[in-house]
Design a protein around this ligand. Structure first.
Ligand code: COA
Length: 336
């Protein structure tokens, strides 16, 4: 007898952004820039910043998990596993996922961090899907969360205008309806590390008075190179995954790109021939929240998705890391 393929369906979503806003007007007071320049070059109007010094990435992830649990009607003890995609763990050692399990009361879950920068959520989603498809686990939470304000230099106008803080989470469960994660394509090119990184604070260049004085504990980037590579990486990944799954742009209901720069998103859409009304964008409100951008879009726009919708997710980030995921939307638990 033919057994139906088990897929990992998204059955609940959660999200969190801090209350505090950092607007373009406020940035005008901090560095030599203007609302007009930022809006025209990036599409960003404001970002959310986690200002409470007692809170960090794990806390935003916990808020997102709590919303997800509320949304699903599940108890924390029912979760089997948690994967946290982040580049800004609370501490270098130990994993922030351990803190999330502890603070959210996931007493029966094991968890780990995954760092693939802005592509982290997509990489983590594929790992979560594999755990479900293996039939060993029934409820896996995948989170993208980053507190970029902790690693951004607010005297550097090239980078401080771009990033914000936030967290998004999805619950994966086994399905035999055909909904869920269908396919993914990922790439890594280590030559990209030179163009976008936080050079110091790791094992190569531990934090010191000198690294702090020279700003090497903060994000550094060659914006132009990253800009071009992101457009090429995300559009190539989408083309490849659409071809492999016999999808035309008409078959795809929604494109959810990583939110790094509105001009990058527009260029990707143009290359793919995607009309803007099929593309989900919230960068104007949150900026680039790194691993959180895609799950925050899923959270923000969940009401627009219908069962059976074909959704293409694509991301590009430091590393370079990039790729695309083809997802068929299913039924959220709260709609059941
Ligand atoms: N306000 C005003 N002027 C600024 C500025 C700011 N915030 N930041 C840079 N400038 C200046 C530059 O110094 C430069 O001045 P110069 O010509 O006198 O040297 C000028 O504006 C143009 O800079 P440039 O770097 O050519 O601008 P750009 O059009 O490439 O836009 C980015 C800069 C950073 C917005 C753009 O390159 C970008 O978004 N890159 C990708 C970044 C990204 O998404 N990273 C994360 C990937 S996941």
């Amino acid at each position: 007898m033919n057994k139906r393929r088990i897929t990992a369906e998204i059955t609940a979503v959660g999200g969190y952004v801090p209350e505090d806003r950092l607007t373009n007007k406020m940035l005008e007071e901090m560095v030599e820039t203007s609302d007009e320049w930022i809006t025209e070059r990036t599409g960003i109007k404001e970002r959310r910043i986690l200002r409470d010094p007692a809170l960090a990435t794990s806390d935003m992830a916990v808020f997102a998990v709590k919303k997800l649990l509320e949304d699903s009607g599940l108890l924390p003890d029912e979760i089997d596993c948690l994967i946290l995609a982040t580049s800004t763990p609370d501490q270098l050692l130990a994993p922030a996922a351990s803190l999330v399990c502890e603070k959210a009361g996931l007493n029966n879950a094991w968890g780990f961090d995954l760092n693939a920068a802005c592509s982290g959520f997509l990489y983590a989603l594929s790992m979560g899907a594999s755990l479900i498809e293996s039939e060993r686990y029934k409820k896996v939470i995948v989170i993208g969360a980053d507190q970029m304000s902790a690693i951004v230099n607010y005297t550097d106008r090239n980078t401080c205008i771009l990033f914000g803080d936030g967290a998004g989470a999805v619950l994966l469960e086994p399905s035999t309806t055909g909904a869920g994660v269908i396919d993914y394509i990922f790439k890594t090119d280590g030559k990209g590390v030179a163009c976008l990184s936080v050079p110091a604070g790791g094992s190569l260049e531990p934090a010191s008075v000198d690294t702090l004085a020279t700003g090497r504990n903060y994000v550094q980037q060659d914006g132009k190179t990253v800009f071009k590579a992101a457009i090429k990486g995300m559009s190539d990944a989408c083309v490849e995954i659409m071809e492999r799954n016999n999808l035309t742009e008409q078959d795809v209901n929604w494109l959810i790109p990583h939110q790094a720069n509105l001009r990058i998103i527009s260029a990707v859409c143009k290359r793919l021939n995607f009309p803007p009304e099929k593309v989900k964008v919230n960068i104007q409100r949150y900026g680039n929240t790194t691993a959180a951008t895609i799950p925050l879009c899923l959270w923000d726009f969940q009401a627009d998705f219908s069962p059976g919708d074909n959704i293409l997710l694509t991301a590009f980030g430091a590393g370079f890391t990039w790729g695309g995921t083809y997802l068929k939307w299913g039924t959220l638990r709260h709609n059941n």
